[in-house]
Design a protein around this ligand. Structure first.
Ligand code: NAG
Ligand code: NAG
Ligand code: NAG
Ligand code: NAG
Ligand code: NAG
Ligand code: NAG
Ligand code: NAG
Ligand code: NAG
Ligand code: NAG
Ligand code: NAG
Ligand code: NAG
Length: 494
């Protein structure tokens, strides 16, 4: 096996006669098929050992991996000059079985992709012997057990994805210390636990993409992350990370996307002097325990497309500088202690598709200007202290699928223009002081062919004359009567 890992001779420097001699000798060794002395035979037996352990229910390998010319087998690529496997790529092919440790003998392998292949068992530590490996993707399988520390020997690795498996345990403490070329590390959707080892990123200067979302990791976010000068994507969502976020993370010149949602993180976000994320496009800090004001430093993140700070303990107003961020498509600030008015100027954000300011302490009217946000599809302003009427202009929001103003102090009648919103699927107006005829409202909403849920309970609607037949509604609307209780209907028969 050590011979297989030795550097191959360069054919260019060897006289032709010797090459011919070598070819002749190897031909003899094949025909006699005595000892597996040449690396090509080792590759063949490694592939056959892999095949032998798999159920292969669709008989993909059974049909293709036959004979000895493995360079022509499905998924196998060889080097041009010699019969050695350089890449093995099988995607979305059920193989059902473990990865044979013999793979560690494929000493010329530089790409190993077994994605969506229903592999089970643990990752063999022998893979750490693949010293030429640059790309390792074992995602979307059912691999279990811990990540073997031996893969830390893959010093040429640039891409490592083990995501969507059932891997457990902690990330081995020094696994990346010798991977100076590593650019992408994806471990998302596994069952990894424990802390991120504090020095994990101390020798990975090329690292650009970190995906650790949806695991059970805990403890602090290590300071080393902030020293990764090429970091572009940082996804740590749905774990149990806690404590303060290293403040230097808010000063990273390349960071595009930072998703830290659904953790147990605390502390404040630094203000504009220390918050410098010029390339930021997506910031999601939702469902944590962040406090303090919303950093006005965000006003300088000119490329921001998505902002979610929902369900934290921020105390602020709805910041006016949001209006300067012309690329914004989604703003979610709900579930914080936001006070004051909803700025009418938000309507200048004409790319916005989602606005969620629910569950705050906002007061005043719903600005009629919001009707100018032509792309809005999700408008949730529920559970605030909003007063005044629902303005007719909101009927101009022709892309809206959810309009939710529940649990406020809105009064007056519901404008019939809401019936112009053909795409409307859900209307939540319960727990307000709205009045008018419920029959007129439903008559208007008859035009909304996609409506699935109308909740207008606990208001002051009157029954009114039946002006419509229920048959006009989409058949999936089944919840009217359940959601209209709590009004003072005076049942008049006409
Ligand atoms: C190794 O054996 C294969 C056949 O199994 C042959 O085609 C190849 O040329 C041999 N390589 C060397 C370097 O001997
Ligand atoms: C994956 O393998 C298991 C057995 O190991 C089998 O029960 C299951 O049906 C396979 N799934 C697919 C999608 O092939
Ligand atoms: C290849 O790997 C397996 C398991 O790691 C080992 O048993 C075998 O001896 C190795 N060598 C060859 C030449 O197949
Ligand atoms: C890494 O390789 C070295 C020698 O190449 C070996 O001694 C060591 O055991 C390997 N590490 C792991 C964790 O397998
Ligand atoms: C979150 O942190 C608090 C202390 O700040 C602790 O009591 C709680 O158990 C933590 N929750 C989780 C899910 O880790
Ligand atoms: C910080 O933000 C505030 C409010 O947006 C602004 O008045 C101030 O000039 C900013 N300071 C710096 C240094 O940018
Ligand atoms: C932000 O990072 C740059 C470059 O790493 C550094 O020079 C600067 O001092 C940092 N600014 C703050 C406020 O930390
Ligand atoms: C709204 O304000 C009240 C009183 O100041 C406070 O008790 C409540 O927690 C606030 N709501 C939110 C969501 O912060
Ligand atoms: C939208 O922006 C323009 C100029 O940038 C400004 O004059 C106008 O007042 C803004 N609209 C609102 C509703 O604030
Ligand atoms: C929006 O709706 C209002 C009232 O329904 C109407 O007067 C106005 O012309 C509409 N504006 C646009 C831009 O369609
Ligand atoms: C009912 O609503 C569904 C989902 O929005 C939509 O796909 C379907 O076309 C609608 N049916 C009719 C008759 O409009």
């Amino acid at each position: 096996p050590s011979r297989a890992m030795a550097a191959p001779p360069s054919y260019a420097r060897i006289p032709n006669i010797i090459v011919l001699l070598l070819l002749a000798l190897s031909a003899i060794s094949v025909s006699s098929s005595s000892s597996p002395s040449n690396g090509s035979d080792t590759d063949l037996s490694a592939l056959l050992a892999f095949k032998a352990q798999l159920a292969d229910p669709r008989r993909v390998l059974a049909g293709s991996w036959t004979g000895t010319s493995f360079c022509h087998w499905i998924g196998v690529s060889c080097s041009r000059r010699r019969q050695r496997v350089t890449a093995l790529t099988l995607v979305d092919t059920p193989l059902s079985g473990p990865i044979a440790p013999h793979f560690g003998n494929l000493s010329f392998l530089s790409v190993l992709t077994l994605r969506g292949t229903n592999l089970t068992g643990s990752i063999p530590p022998e893979l750490g012997k693949l010293c030429r490996l640059r790309y390792l993707s074992l995602d979307e399988n059912s691999l279990s057990d811990v990540i073997p520390a031996a893969i830390g020997n893959l010093t040429r690795l640039e891409f490592l994805s083990l995501s969507f498996n059932q891997l457990t345990g902690q990330i081995p403490p020094e696994v990346f210390v010798r991977m100076q070329k590593l650019e992408t590390i994806s471990l998302e959707v596994n069952k990894l636990s424990g802390q991120i080892p504090p020095y994990l990123f101390n020798n990975t200067p090329s690292l650009s993409f970190i995906y650790f979302g949806k695991n059970s990791m805990s403890g602090p976010i290590p300071h080393g992350i902030a020293s990764l000068s090429k970091l572009t994507y940082l996804q740590l969502q749905h774990n149990q990370f806690s404590g303060l976020v290293p403040q230097a993370i808010y000063n990273m010149s390349m960071l595009d996307l930072m998703i830290l949602s659904n953790n147990n993180l605390t502390g404040t976000i630094p203000d504009n002097q220390s918050f410098i994320l010029p390339m930021l496009q997506v910031l999601d800090l939702s469902e944590n325990k962040f406090q303090g004001r919303i950093s006005s430093g965000l006003a300088s993140s000119h490329y921001l497309v998505g902002l979610s700070l929902a369900d934290n303990s921020f105390v602020d107003v709805v910041p006016l500088w949001l209006v300067e961020l012309h690329h914004l498509e989604s703003i979610s600030l709900g579930g914080n202690n936001l006070v004051g008015l909803i700025p009418a100027a938000l309507s200048n954000l004409t790319s916005l598709t989602m606005l969620d300011l629910s569950g705050c302490n906002l007061t005043g009217h719903i600005p009629p200007e919001l009707g100018l946000m032509q792309k809005l599809s999700f408008l949730h302003l529920g559970t605030n202290q909003l007063t005044g009427t629902i303005q007719a202009s909101l009927g101009n929001l022709s892309m809206l699928s959810l309009l939710a103003f529940e649990e406020n102090k809105l009064s007056g009648s519901v404008p019939s223009t809401l019936g112009n919103i053909a795409s409307l699927e859900e209307l939540h107006l319960q727990n307000n002081n709205l009045d008018g005829s419920i029959m007129e409202l439903f008559s208007a909403l008859c035009n909304c062919r996609n409506v699935q849920l109308i909740n207008i309970g606990v208001n002051s609607f009157t029954a009114g004359k039946p002006l419509f037949t229920i048959g006009n509604f989409n058949s999936s609307l089944q919840q009217i009567s359940r959601w209209t209780s709590g009004n003072n209907f005076k049942h008049k028969r006409s």
